[in-house]
Design a protein around this ligand. Structure first.
Ligand code: PEP
Ligand code: MN
Length: 288
């Protein structure tokens, strides 16, 4: 019988206790006992928007700040992101509030441009099987947040992670963000079964993005709590100071106040399963 694709993988657990904790910044990690909560807007729109996000979210406390600067939009006529300017705004807002920052890169050129400004490099769903891009980030010196493809099997998802690890970058965080289904009531189908499978099969941290899964702000809190309850190492959630005015993905954005409330209930769920969320006083203070 031929060898299965799933034999001897770098992602594979070597014992039931084997798990990898990835350092994101001196004070933030992903995959340990503490959850990594990531929040921020779908797209970086302005300095004011990002400053307000970082200010409120760092106190929630959310551990890392997200914001798209190169946006993978279905239509070429939709807002494509602020690019270089957005990168600077994101990086500066994160620094001022002691939060590591995460944004998506879609090409080798964007990777080169963004590498030094970002703490985590996001590979979006649409690029999960862009093997050349995976090889590029495998050479990067930063952790990679790999999102599951729009209709990728768990095996394909793991193989994408293998590309990054085999190329030399062991710091891969897997992100379940919903897969295509037949029902239009939610944007995608959040596959919490995949989270349980990935946590059992791999030693890598697994986080959940309920925003792109649900597509509707009123569903996000319930899905985020379910994700934590089923063993996710963190969540990534889109929020905005004026959610309905968000330039992209307005329908799924939480307000900063809603996000702050959600963190409290995530802390309660985490406590129920012996995990925790950092408390406010432990947030790093970084000098301006
Ligand atoms: C995002 O997180 O900004 C994003 C575009 O998500 P996805 O790649 O999961 O669609
Ligand atoms: Mn989005």
């Amino acid at each position: 019988m031929g060898k299965s694709l799933l034999d001897n993988l770098l992602t594979q657990k070597r014992s039931p206790e084997h798990r990898t904790e990835i350092a994101i910044s001196p004070r933030v990690s992903c995959g340990g006992n503490r959850l990594m909560l990531v929040a921020g807007p779908c797209s970086v729109e302005s300095e004011e928007q990002m400053q307000e996000c970082a200010e409120v979210l760092s106190k929630a406390p959310v551990q890392a700040l997200r914001g798209g600067v190169f946006k993978p939009r279905t239509s070429p006529y939709s807002f494509q992101g602020l690019g270089e300017e957005g990168l600077q705004i994101l990086s500066e807002s994160g620094k001022q509030h002691g939060m590591p920052v995460i944004a998506e890169v879609m090409s080798a050129k964007q990777l080169e441009e963004a590498h030094d400004s970002l703490d985590v490099l996001q590979i979006g769903s649409r690029n999960m099987q862009n093997f050349e891009l995976l090889k590029e980030v495998s050479q990067a010196k930063k952790p990679v947040l790999l999102k599951r493809g729009l209709a990728a099997t768990i095996e394909e998802f793991l193989m994408a992670a293998e590309y990054i690890m085999a190329g030399g970058n062991q710091d891969v965080i897997l992100c379940e963000r919903g897969i295509r289904g037949f029902d239009s009531m939610t944007r995608n189908v959040l596959d919490l079964g995949a989270v349980a499978v990935l946590k059992q099969m791999t030693h890598l941290p697994v986080i959940v993005d309920p925003s792109h899964a649900a597509g509707r702000h009123e569903l996000i809190a319930d899905l985020a709590r379910a994700a934590v309850a089923c063993g996710a190492d963190g969540v990534m959630i889109e929020c905005h100071p004026q959610p309905r005015k968000s330039i992209s993905d307005a329908r799924q954005a939480l307000s900063l106040e809603e996000m702050t409330e959600l963190v409290k209930s995530l802390a309660a769920v985490a406590a129920a399963i012996g995990r925790e969320v950092s408390v406010v006083s432990e947030q790093p203070i970084v000098a301006k």
